[in-house]
Design a protein. Structure first.
Length: 494
């Protein structure tokens, strides 16, 4: 192996690691006796510098570094994987900025170190096609998120949510590891490309492969908040620090669906291998749509509302996965990307309106936002309307591509329950249901008056830039989606 090429390939991660140790060193060595807000801002700035430099290096790699794989596909650098890594680094940068003015406790540098560690793990997840490295990277993300969820030591609810998250996560990791072990037993390789060739050459589908895929779906179903493996989601989103919940809902979701698509690709080659997992994915999609959207109807806490919404959106994305085609996978990756942008923006608004004023993210916390901060109310409308799938925002285009790809995979059917028509019909009904709880938030924001005298909404310039950039990207994704979809589709097909 050429180690100079390896170093060049891992240069973005190297800068993130350097910023991680710099944040720890500066906080421990120079800032230990400084006020907590000062320590938090400086540590966040160091973390952001490392991430932004990493993004710049990734862009340079996309422009001048030829696509290649290193170490038998342990590291795969293509335009798609590099773009996904840049997206993850960008999301993590915004999370750090949203955290800068309100660290959960005195362990400031450890907080940002854990965010950077989870970002590193997510970056490796999207850039590897090795089963062992996928599992190790996924555990790096998971362990960091368990600690971040319980990071608010003064909150009993945060500790309880962290314990629930850890318990469910440990069980799901066991299922995933068993599934990957059985999968390796069938294909005799850790390389997903070689696994595709091995599965294609099978004369009959061994029962062990069916068991492996079932266990993998259970393990990854937890990671992407697929019903019925979603029970951890509402408590974790509500009780974790809001920037952490935003990171779980955005960056973790992007990495999770990238991994799901990678692992299912080898068993999406023929109709016989598709039949192994299509029933499970269809059931998970239907349950996610029903439980997520109907569960969100009765929520009065904004973070719990977005938690059930996340379960529902996992159902939409699973419809694209169900197609098993390049078009379907491209639609899933497009949708999870724009969903992450809109969801991060929604959590950012909650962080500014509720957490910064010591509130509990009740839906009434946002009452009168139009009068208190018109620009913030408009940004809130962009994020929630995109999640609802209202044109011309990116959420609408994303759902259109998902549903179209699912129908196009089997356009001719004899009965209504064949293909994905019934699932698309259910998704359309649930999309209409979701309008109620999304528009309810906007009604409170634009129409209702606050019950008590509201505290002023304090927003820094950096936060305005982040929220404005997220809203702009959601608008661009809705009005000019073709170049993005074409880029993803060509990268998957190539």
């Amino acid at each position: 192996m050429n180690y100079s090429i390896l170093l060049t390939a891992l240069l973005p991660e190297l800068f993130v690691v350097l910023s991680l140790f710099a944040a720890l060193g500066v906080d421990y060595g120079l800032l230990r006796h400084h006020p907590l807000p000062t320590r938090s801002r400086i540590a966040a700035s160091i973390a952001c510098i490392g991430l932004v430099v990493g993004i710049a290096v990734i862009i340079g790699q996309m422009l001048w570094f030829a696509p290649r794989s290193l170490g038998q596909d342990q590291i795969v650098l293509t335009s798609l994987t590099l773009g996904a890594k840049a997206l993850l680094f960008g999301l993590a940068t915004i999370v750090c900025i949203l955290s800068a003015d309100q660290a959960p406790n005195t362990h400031v540098s450890e907080y940002y170190a854990l965010i950077l560690l989870s970002t590193l793990g997510a970056g490796f997840l999207v850039c590897t096609e090795n089963l062992l490295l996928i599992f190790v990277a996924l555990e790096l993300v998971s362990l960091s998120l368990y600690a971040l969820t319980a990071f608010n030591k003064s909150s009993r609810a945060s500790a309880e949510a962290g314990l629930k998250y850890f318990t469910f996560g440990a069980v799901s990791s066991a299922f995933l590891l068993f599934g990957l072990s059985y999968f390796y037993g069938v294909v005799q390789t850790l390389n997903l490309h070689d696994a595709t060739l091995a599965i294609t050459s099978l004369e009959a589908i061994p029962p062990l492969l069916r068991v492996a895929i079932l266990l993998i779906l259970v393990g990854l179903g937890f990671k992407v908040a697929m019903a019925p493996f979603h029970f951890w989601v509402p408590d974790v989103y509500q009780s974790a620090p809001t920037p952490v919940a935003a990171w779980i809902a955005s960056g973790s979701k992007v990495a999770g669906f990238f991994v799901l698509i990678k692992i299912l690709q080898p068993v999406a080659i023929t109709s016989s291998t598709k039949a192994i997992w299509m029933g499970g994915v269809a059931l998970g999609a239907a349950l996610s749509l029903l439980i997520g959207n109907l569960g969100a109807l009765r929520q009065s806490n904004l973070k719990r509302l977005l938690a059930y919404s996340a379960v529902g959106h996992a159902g939409y994305m699973l419809i694209g996965v169900l197609s098993g085609t390049v078009e379907g996978m491209a639609a899933v990756l497009f949708y999870v990307s724009i969903y992450a942008l809109a969801n991060l923006g929604a959590f950012g608004v909650i962080n500014l309106v509720s957490d910064r004023n010591g509130l509990t993210a009740d839906i009434q916390d946002i009452a009168g936002c139009w009068k208190r901060s018109p620009l913030l109310a408009l940004l809130t409308a962009v994020f929630f309307l995109s999640l609802a799938g209202i044109p011309p925002l990116a959420g609408f285009i994303g759902k259109f591509y998902l549903f179209f790809s699912a129908i196009e995979a089997q356009p001719t059917i004899a009965k209504w329950y064949e293909g994905a028509y019934w699932l698309v019909g259910l998704a359309l009904i649930m999309s209409a249901v979701s309008l109620y709880y999304y528009l309810r938030v906007l009604k409170v924001s634009f129409v209702n008056d606050p019950v008590d005298t509201p505290a002023p909404i304090r927003v820094t310039n950096a936060e305005w830039i982040c929220l404005g950039l997220l809203a702009l990207l959601v608008l661009i994704g809705g009005m000019f989606p073709d170049p993005i979809i074409h880029f993803i589709r060509c990268s998957l097909a190539g």
